[in-house]
Write a protein that binds this ligand. Structure first.
Ligand code: GLP
Length: 245
C-alpha cells in the first residue's frame, strides 16, 4: 500500500481530487467507483471546481457507488443517490444514465444485488475505487466479520455505524437498519483503490489497518492483499501511526 501524507482535511481533499482528475483526463472512459460519507465531500467540491474552471469532462465516465440504504428511495434526502446528485453529479457533465447505485427500494432486493454485481462486471469492472473507512474498519458497508469473498449483498448495519451516520438524520430511529453494499470481493476486483482517511476519529482504524494482519474482523485489512492501493491520510488520522508527525 502506497501512503500519501496530507497536512489536513483540505490538503487530503486536494490531493484526492487531483489524483482522480488526472486519471479521468488520461482515461476519459473509465469506470469510477465512488463513496459517500463526510470524507469525500470536499474532494467532490474540488472536482466540481476543476470541471467548471478547467473543463475536465465526465461525459464518458460510468460511476458505480459502493452502497445504498435499504428503504430510502432516490429522492429521499438521506439516500446515497440523493447525496451523490447533490454533492457531485448535478454539477459535472456525467450522464445520468451512466451513474449507478444499487436501489434500496427494489421489490426484490436479492435480485437487485445480483443485478448490480452483473452491471459492474459487464461494464468491465471498476478501474478506480474511492473508499472511506468506518471507525470499526468497515469499507462500503461491509461490517466486521464479513467474509472476504462476498459480492454485492444485503447487510444489517451495526449500532456503531448507525450512530456514526445518525448525524445526517433527524433521529436515530430514522437511520435505516440495513443497506445494500458492494461486497469485499467486489471491491477487491477494482483495478485500483484510493482510500481517504481524515481526522483523529479515524486514527485508531488507520493504526489497525497499518499494523494488524489481514483478518475478517477488520474488513479494511483486506486491502493489504490488493496489488494497487493508495492511501491519502491526513496527519490527524496518522497520529497513532507516525509518532513524529
Ligand atoms: C459510511 C459509508 C462508507 C464510508 C464510511 C465512512 O457508513 N457507507 O462508504 O466510507 O461510512 O464515513 P465518513 O467518511 O462519514 O467517516
Amino acid at each position: 500500500m502506497n501512503l500519501i501524507i496530507a497536512e489536513n482535511y483540505e490538503d487530503m481533499s486536494h490531493k484526492a481530487a487531483n489524483y482522480l482528475i488526472e486519471k479521468v483526463k488520461k482515461h476519459p472512459k473509465m469506470n469510477l467507483g465512488l463513496a459517500t460519507g463526510g470524507t469525500p465531500e470536499r474532494t467532490y467540491e474540488l472536482i466540481i471546481e476543476d470541471h467548471q474552471k478547467n473543463g475536465t469532462s465526465y461525459e464518458g465516465i460510468q460511476s458505480f457507488n459502493l452502497d445504498e440504504y435499504i428503504g430510502l428511495a432516490q429522492d429521499h434526502p438521506n439516500s446515497y443517490y440523493y447525496y451523490m446528485c447533490h454533492q457531485l453529479f448535478n454539477d459535472i457533465d456525467i450522464k445520468k444514465e451512466n451513474v449507478h447505485l444499487p436501489s434500496g427500494v427494489a421489490k426484490n432486493l436479492e435480485e437487485e444485488c445480483q443485478n448490480y454485481e452483473a452491471l459492474i462486471t459487464n461494464a468491465g469492472g471498476v478501474d478506480l475505487q474511492i473508499l472511506g473507512i468506518g471507525s470499526n474498519g468497515h469499507i462500503g458497508f461491509n461490517e466486521p466479520g464479513t467474509p472476504f469473498q462476498t459480492k454485492t449483498h444485503i447487510v444489517k448495519l451495526t449500532n456503531s455505524t448507525r450512530e456514526a451516520n445518525s448525524r445526517y438524520f433527524v433521529t436515530m430511529a430514522d437511520v435505516p437498519t440495513q443497506a445494500i453494499t458492494m461486497g469485499i470481493g467486489t471491491i477487491m476486483k477494482s483495478k485500483e483503490i484510493l482510500l481517504l482517511v481524515s481526522g483523529d476519529n479515524k486514527a485508531e482504524a488507520l493504526q489497525k489497518l497499518m499494523r494488524e494482519d489481514v483478518n475478517e474482523q477488520f474488513p479494511a485489512s483486506v486491502l493489504k492483499n490488493h496489488p494497487c492501493v493508495t492511501i491519502i491520510a491526513d496527519k490527524k488520522a496518522l497520529t497513532k501511526v507516525m509518532v513524529h508527525s
